[in-house]
Design a protein around this ligand. Structure first.
Ligand code: ZN
Length: 61
């Protein structure tokens, strides 16, 4: 899975590659990831689910 994220600190857009967990729907905070921006190296929470680029195999809601 890939997501296009925008850093809230420096406004830098970057692609983030992640692996969806097996039981995605059962994890309360599964949509959010704590990710380090490659530009300013600041840590922020990102909703990688709503910003995902790849859509195959994501029929779960
Ligand atoms: Zn940044």
């Amino acid at each position: 899975m890939r997501s296009r994220l925008r850093c809230p600190r420096c406004n830098y857009e970057f692609e983030y590659r992640w692996i969806p967990l097996a039981s995605f729907t059962s994890i309360r905070f599964g949509k959010k990831r704590y990710i380090r921006c490659p530009r300013c190296h600041g840590w922020s929470w990102f909703n990688v689910w709503d910003t995902r680029i790849d859509h195959e195999g994501t029929d779960e809601h």
